[in-house]
Design a binder for this molecule. Sequence first.
Ligand SMILES: Nc1ncnc2c1ncn2[C@@H]1O[C@H](COP(=O)(O)OP(=O)(O)OP(=O)(O)O)[C@@H](O)[C@H]1O
Length: 577
Amino acid sequence: MEPRLPVRVVAGKVLNTIRQHPVTVIIAETGSGKTTQISQILYEAGLGREGRIGVTQPRRVAAVSVARRVAEERGGRVGQEVGYAVRFEERVSTQTVIKYLTDGTLLRECLEDPELNQYSVIVLDEAHERSLNTDILFGLLKRLVYVRAKPLKLVITSATLDGDKFSAYFNNCPVLNIPGRCFDVQIIHAAENHEQQYVQAAVDVALDIHVSQPPGDVLVFLAGQADIEKAVAALTEAVAGMAEGQCGDVMILPIYAAMPLELQARVFAPGPAGCRRIIVATNIAETSVTVDGVTYVIDPGVVKQKRYNPQTGLDSLELVPISRVQAVQRAGRAGRTKPGKCFRLYTRKFFERDMQVLTVPEIQRTSLLTAVLYLKSLDLQVDVLAFDYVDPPEPAALEDALRQLYVLDAIDAGGCISPRGRQMVALPLDPSLARMLLAAAQLGCLPDALTVAAMLSAETLFVGGRGPEAASMQSDQAGKAGGTREGRDELQALMAEGQGDHIMFLRLYQAWDQSGWSASWCKSMGVELTWFYQSFAASPADSRVFLSRVCPVEAAWEIHKASVMQNQGRSLHGGFG
Ligand SMILES: Nc1ncnc2c1ncn2[C@@H]1O[C@H](COP(=O)(O)OP(=O)(O)OP(=O)(O)O)[C@@H](O)[C@H]1O
């Protein structure tokens, strides 16, 4: 228990407000105890007796690490009183009362039980992130608190949220502003912006901190795995070149989403005594997480953000400046267990005048395919165009999602979910991948399709963030840049088959399988081994079994009559122009 945390100081007020109102918005500084304490305050007051206290997080790493912390604070182990559920991993038992879960997992639970009867309270944490899933949950839970027979409390929490806007959305619910923070974070702005060379600038500042600042770990935010690998290589080289006695020991630890959860967890374990850790992270470490020991944060002010292009119908990742809200969150990763410093690699003027105040909600910038199919699958007769959004998406993006779902045969001409759409939504995958698996089941090639789906679900393929074009490079620095020359030739041969990315992935997997899942084979090909691990969990065999379990495609498959499909196709193509 942390009695000094600001949220603990006003525990009585928090409790009374939540008891008296169906929905409460709580705004308090980063590190003040929202994520770890509110659930415990409610539990200690008996609010978990009638059902679990669920706390959502936008990211897996946060759900898992916070559950571990809260279990530890309560003197238990994860999976007992405190548990977590994230995609592909669950540590929850009949004893579990406080459950941390990702917002995506809660949405999937709604499919099984639209009334979410296992919960008495749901806390939507980090609401400012405005993830697509959280935005959908706002609309669904707003309705549920008023219609569910068994009482349900909803709590919305954030360090930076427009309280008035959310209060208005939730029928003028109360907004609790909790003052105070634990430790100060000194903000140091750069004299000039480092837009182009932000990786090198971040490396330089990290090294500078290492040689000149008192003990404390450093957390560096970069935009993606490729950036991180570049920075780790540069830091390793620079540290190795430092004269003996110039500085203390240092340990460099990367963390990004494509890494298996066990590897991500390394950053939460304490480092060796007297050794400074430099943790190089994507924005997965931006909210909620506490990395004990982090005193210095380096924030280059950029992020890779998913954006939807209505012309191509696809999402792409773009490097964009972060919002001020994100800058506040990043700084808030310091000052949690002692005072800290945040080095911003952009000017104060840029922060004050040029940065957007809020992050654009994901619902207004990404593909809506999964979300629309999800809403269609709920037996709530949801009109996706008129759904109760906090901020509605572009009508054109919604219409586009409907059109694509029709093409995938997930909805019918009337816009209702089809039997195939129901099968698709049962698979925890992107609708296009789900559709591919269903087709593969029908065509008798499910094992290969499962392989491709697993590989496409993982994020990074080639070492150094290179695409397959790395294979055609005639670089002398082969091993360093992405594989040996022979490896690149082999990769090129796979690509030369010209059957598209999916078949190439399948061939790549088959070659890896034949190599006996060899790490040196991956290195020679310039392929990221962690990518295979990410794709196949423990092993390809396990992954197949797992995917077959979560994707009951064969059992559920109903063959549509070809003529029906053709007729539907004609009428719908006409309907959607
Ligand atoms: N793993 C941990 N190790 C050490 N201290 C921790 C840990 N997790 C939390 N704490 C302590 O508890 C405090 C509150 O953390 P908590 O995550 O509940 O804050 P928060 O208000 O949700 O922050 P944020 O808005 O950044 O998510 C931290 O500032 C820190 O002092």
